[in-house]
Design a binder for this molecule. Structure first.
Ligand code: NCD
Length: 298
């Protein structure tokens, strides 16, 4: 067994295995044999989620697992019990794996150190969201085949985004040409020196040459004070509007991890338009999470 806490846990050969197994699962929803048959998976979500929690549950059920939802709001965490004590008790009750989402960066690492069952990071604070990056990158891989040299533009709130962090790590690993554009208050320090990501200032020019645009949500809940004057202004300068989208190359694709702030970082016509891969990302998420569940348990 192993954990998936961040992209660094994956060798390049693991990424190949996950892509190929996700493909197999997409053709054969309910595999005849599965290491998860009659095993128990706990979804320990301490922060809101729609796609990720449902996707993990669907994936686990497809593999024959029983899914137990942790009721965070009515749990003893509210009485001051620690995450580690919670995890140890859950393990003692015969749970075979934990999917953890937390608003605190580093929580999955902490839990993994205390448990001898797989821990999967479903998003920790502003740190990482490895399964989202895997499903996004697999979506691009399915579209193009090779990812080498493909130009992807991260647009918007990169600083507060765990999705951006995991994707930057994975895309660089796949040899992609990654650049970022957004208000200076939304760009992390060391974008170039630490992450190897180019900062571009002319959004329109960047859109003309991009093979993919990855739009990020304006994450109001992760900002101390508003870092942008208003959402109207944000849309004006940085939003993926219908007008701006007309600058894209014919085959270019638009991705977004969801939830979308329609009319802020992306116009509804773009989210639902011909360039958009947003619903395909969500569909692919189930197959990718089946592959991840299989990978951690073998
Ligand atoms: C993301 C998350 O929660 O990190 N959503 C998701 O998992 N699909 C992105 C976000 O909240 O903006």
């Amino acid at each position: 067994m192993r954990h998936l806490l961040g992209i660094a846990d994956l060798q390049n050969s693991d990424i190949d295995t996950l892509f190929s197994n996700a493909q197999t699962f997409s053709n054969q929803k309910h595999p005849a044999t599965s290491v998860w048959k009659r095993k128990k998976l706990l979804t320990l979500f301490l922060e809101n989620s729609t796609r990720t929690v449902v996707s993990f549950e669907a994936a686990a059920r497809n593999l024959g697992a029983e899914v137990i939802h942790f009721q965070a709001k009515s749990s003893s965490l509210q009485k001051g019990e620690t995450l580690i004590d919670t995890g140890r008790n859950i393990q003692a009750m015969g749970v075979d794996g934990v999917v953890l989402r937390s608003d605190k960066s580093g929580s999955p690492q902490l839990l993994a150190q205390a448990l001898s069952i797989p821990v999967i990071n479903a998003g920790d604070g502003m740190h990482e969201h490895p399964t989202q990056a895997l499903l996004d990158t697999w979506t691009l891989h399915k579209h193009w085949g090779s990812l080498q040299g493909k130009r992807v533009l991260l647009l918007g709130d990169i600083k507060h985004s765990r999705v951006a962090r995991s994707n930057m790590l994975l895309w660089k690993r796949m040899g992609m040409d990654v650049s970022a554009c957004g208000p200076p208050t939304f760009l992390p320090l060391g974008l170039d020196s630490v992450w190897g990501v180019k900062r571009v200032t002319d959004l329109d020019q960047a859109l003309e040459t991009a093979d993919a645009v990855y739009c990020l949500r304006v994450q109001r809940e992760r900002m101390g004070a508003m870092l942008i004057p208003s959402t109207t202004e944000y849309r004006h300068f940085w939003g993926l509007t219908r007008k701006r989208t007309s600058l894209l190359k014919k085959g270019a694709v638009v991705l977004h991890p969801g939830p979308t702030n329609r009319g802020v970082e992306v116009d509804p016509e773009v989210a639902d338009g011909p360039h958009s891969k947003i619903i395909e990302q969500v569909q692919n998420g189930v197959w990718m999470r089946m592959a991840v569940l299989d990978w951690v348990a073998t």
